[in-house]
Design a protein around this ligand. Structure first.
Ligand code: PLP
Length: 423
């Protein structure tokens, strides 16, 4: 991460004085220690999904082996244990995000479901004919399409804040587009395609000055920087466990209790009700009202374990380590002949997107794979970003706490091979 705006990142860690021992950390991730195509794996696809530490794998497998049952309604021992494990994971997520109450943490399948929940439920109640939803050019498709669907359904329109050539939001345009018709602002904390860290605190302040709530898509921030939703004063913040070294199909939506209280249910079914008759159904208290059906119980247990893992290292130390690594990687890639980095914002985290003169990103990815190096190529579910920069796709190296300078060096060597093949 290069120089995150210190107003955007709230450092909160008890582990801040210990040295960052990347070798020890790497030792905790079994997935990193394998050969791919006969070469030691270099895993640089963390923005898509990250590898899992043994601690998380063990927590999930121990839970299935010893404590598994359905939650909330059982009176027997196993159900009580499973309920305790599930609800204690919620408390860990609450503390990790800095929320005031566990009632503000809704377990969801991931960031995508968190945004869909807000677009559907908050949107149904608050966004109508002639209203506007304000997003930005650099959003992931999951922070575009749910709002488009809402606008189509309710007769509202979608407004989009442009970005400059460095991949930063044009804040003057944001101010112009934010108007009395704007019923919600939805913006990514960190862009998955560019790595830009957005000035979300300023965005929240400007939106709140005229009473407009703000949703932050935190999918790419949560693995890299500390989050404090109360400090930020955002209204909604969504994260995905699988990008944070936890299980897939699991995530959390933070929502201010005062908003959640007034929002209609998202999905109907078991667990979200207090009583049901054919005449009338009454809904459960928060947050269960928004968790219909049997949830991903083991996923929550794994989510809790991944938060313990991150806290054990300290988010401020992770951010500092990655900032240095991103600088190293950015400088190293800038020296590769014919390479252009897409996204050179002054505040960035984790992501280096690039194109290489005359070589299709898919070819780059395929040749790098032959060298044991995993990067992602394509539009990264951010097609408007590709359009903005006039490319169909990029190759993307995305870093995590277990990557090293040697990984970057291997990438640079791999890119030399790519260039040789195409010379
Ligand atoms: C910025 C951003 N938002 C949302 C998502 C969607 O996350 P998920 O697939 O975990 O729901 C992603 C996933 O890549 C992302 O990078």
């Amino acid at each position: 991460m290069t120089a995150p705006g210190n107003t955007e990142v709230v450092a909160r860690s008890s582990a801040s004085n210990r040295a960052f021992d990347v070798d020890r950390i790497r030792g905790e991730f079994p997935g990193l220690h394998q050969d791919i195509k006969g070469k030691p794996l270099v895993y640089l696809d963390n923005a898509a999904s990250s590898q899992k530490p043994q601690q998380v794998i063990d927590a999930i497998s121990d839970f299935y082996a010893h404590d598994y049952s359905n939650i909330h309604r059982g009176v027997h021992e196993l159900s009580e244990r499973a309920t305790k494990a599930y609800e204690s994971a919620r408390l860990k997520v609450q503390a990790f995000m800095g929320a005031a109450s566990e009632r503000e943490i809704v377990f969801v399948r991931g960031t995508t479901e968190g945004i869909n929940l807000v677009a559907d439920s908050f949107g149904r109640a608050n966004v109508g004919e002639g209203d506007e939803v304000l997003i930005t050019t650099m959003e992931h498709h999951s922070n575009i399409v749910p709002w488009q669907m809402l606008c189509e359904r309710n007769g509202a329109s979608l407004k989009v804040v442009p970005i400059n050539d460095r991949g930063e939001l044009e804040m003057e345009e944001f101010k112009k587009l934010l108007g009395s018709k704007t019923k919600i602002v939805a913006v990514g904390h960190v862009s998955n395609a560019l790595g830009t860290i957005n000035p979300i605190r300023t965005i929240i302040e400007l939106a709140h000055a005229q009473g407009t709530p703000v949703l932050i898509d935190g999918a790419q921030a949560a693995p890299h920087v500390a989050i404090d939703v109360r400090e930020l004063d955002c209204d909604f913040y969504t994260i995905s466990a699988h990008k944070m070294f936890g299980p897939s199909g699991m995530g959390a939506l933070y929502a201010k209790e005062s908003l959640l209280e007034k929002m209609p249910p998202y999905q109907g079914g078991g667990d979200m009700i207090l009583s049901v008759s054919f005449e009338k159904t009454t809904y459960n208290r928060l947050p269960f009202r928004f968790e219909a059906g049997t949830p991903n119980i083991a996923g929550a247990v794994g989510f809790g374990a991944t938060i313990d893992y991150l806290n054990g290292i300290g988010m401020d130390r992770i951010a500092a380590y990655e900032e240095e690594l991103l600088d190293y990687g950015t400088n190293a890639l800038r020296d590769v002949p014919g390479l252009r980095i897409v996204g050179e914002a002054s505040h960035k985290a984790s992501v280096i997107s690039f194109v290489l003169d005359g070589i299709h990103p898919h070819d780059i990815g395929t040749i790098l794979d032959q060298e044991g190096i995993a990067v992602r190529t394509g539009h990264h579910c951010a097609q408007p970003v590709m359009d903005r920069f006039g490319v169909a796709a990029t190759a993307r190296a995305s870093l995590a706490l277990y990557n090293t300078r040697e990984d970057i060096d291997r990438l640079v060597e791999g890119l030399a091979t790519v260039r040789e093949v195409f010379s």
